[in-house]
Design a protein around this ligand. Structure first.
Ligand code: ZN
Length: 420
């Protein structure tokens, strides 16, 4: 374990530390950015008596951050910052998160914890496939790996043939990537006759996208690795907010750095542990863009605050089920793309690329799921349609395509297409 004392603190001590750091964060906002402080209702740090008082604060939304582009909510002058990262994959105004030197250090610390939770040591070779740039992924893994002392292969995204070559040449043991990238690696490996069994690869750390249990099993089976689900986003300071450990009984959130709450996405009411809702994050150690009650739009629940089999005491979240803005509503039925993925991935003859196409025909909603299979089998199509109907109560047409007919993306996978 990388930071045994901090990662196994008793709950009482975790909460004491959180309260102290929450006050310090409020003080920083008050000192550094009056506009931000006023937006929070001009709170005085000494007025916060317990963690429950956090519930009196207003939420911060992605829209708030966008409206304050580029640095209007930043806590510090630009000369105090050393860099920024920016939200990816969205349209319109981006969200910018500026980093002080202490923020870069904090990031390295939580990422090193994540890598250790996945069993990495200085003997590991980590191939980093997210990009090094505005997107936070590449740098986050890099800082963590430097602290652990891994040998880094800083290849970045794409160049799949080179990825496979390096995996062999540099004896890569661990792979970091966005969750759909291993699918591309598996596909190209099959075409090239590349055998993962002949590599040293044993660990995959994937995130930045919602990936189902079935997708996870597929990746583990095809690559012969153990996978870890890592979470985090630009707004919270990048990848590394949490990861599942070797017990795989939920995602540990580093509670000395973050407070998480689950709220009802409609009403904003805080939900009890075990109930599913929207993840809300408060940062406790970030300087450039500290966040108070940031609504992430991720749907999950708190699984446990008890000590885990791995010894860590930091609370565990369920894997992310979807994003509030990924929720699809067709003919009054609400569902997440992940629910469709779970069904189609159960069929070994279906390839792990799919698209959900939503449009209107003569004023009515129409939805279609496009999948790829090696064989064009009418019976397979019918079975999947039936299974979707029994889960959602909604008739969705399944269209079978040949391997390679659904466009591949080198960045985040495009799973849903909407036409109006
Ligand atoms: Zn654990």
């Amino acid at each position: 374990m990388f930071q045994r004392r901090l990662e196994t603190l008793d709950r009482e001590l975790i909460e004491k530390l959180q309260l102290e750091r929450l006050k310090r964060t409020i003080q920083r906002i008050k000192d550094k950015n009056k506009k931000y402080w006023e937006k929070l209702g001009k709170p005085e740090p000494e007025d916060i008596k317990s963690l429950k008082d956090l519930q009196n604060f207003p939420f911060i939304t992605k829209e708030d951050l966008r409206k304050n582009y580029p640095l209007d909510l930043a806590c510090g002058e630009q000369c105090e910052f050393v860099r920024f990262h920016m939200s990816s994959g969205t349209t319109g105004t981006p969200v910018v998160n500026p980093y002080t030197p202490a923020d870069v250090e904090q990031w390295g610390e939580i990422m090193a914890r994540c890598l250790c939770a996945a069993g990495l040591t200085f003997k590991d070779v980590l191939q980093i496939t997210p990009s090094f740039g505005l997107f936070n992924g590449g740098f986050g893994f890099h800082y963590g790996a430097e602290k652990v002392g891994c040998f880094v292969v800083p290849i970045g995204p794409g160049r799949t043939l080179l990825q496979l070559k390096f995996m062999k040449d540099f004896k890569t043991t661990a792979l970091a990537g966005i969750a759909s990238y291993p699918l591309r690696l598996i596909e190209v490996a099959k075409e090239e006759g590349f055998d993962f069994g002949e590599t040293e690869l044993r660990v995959g750390i994937f995130g930045a996208e919602v990936w189902s249990e079935e997708m996870r099993r597929y990746i583990e089976r095809e690559m012969g690795i153990e996978t870890f689900d890592i979470i985090g986003m630009t707004e919270t300071g990048g990848v590394g907010l949490g990861i599942d450990c070797k017990a795989h009984k939920g995602i540990h959130v580093w509670e000395d750095h973050y407070i998480v709450e689950i709220v009802n996405p409609e009403t904003g009411e805080v939900l009890p542990d075990g109930e599913e809702g929207e993840l809300v994050v408060t940062t406790l150690t970030r300087e450039g863009l500290p966040l108070i009650r940031y609504r992430t739009r991720d749907i999950t629940k708190i699984l446990s605050r008890e000590r885990c089999d791995c010894g860590r005491t930091h609370l565990r979240l369920d894997r992310i089920k979807g994003r509030t803005d990924d929720m699809l509503k067709v003919k009054g039925v609400c569902f997440y793309p992940r629910q469709i993925e779970e069904i189609i991935m159960k069929y070994p003859e279906v390839l792990p690329n799919y698209q959900i196409i939503i449009g209107k025909h003569e004023g009515k909603d129409v939805v279609e799921v496009v999948i790829e299979a090696d064989k064009q089998d009418e019976y397979l199509k019918e079975r999947i349609e039936e299974e979707i109907y029994s889960l959602l109560g909604l008739h969705i047409a399944v269209t079978l395509k040949k391997k390679g007919e659904i466009p591949r993306s080198e960045g985040k996978a495009v799973r849903v297409k909407k036409f109006s």
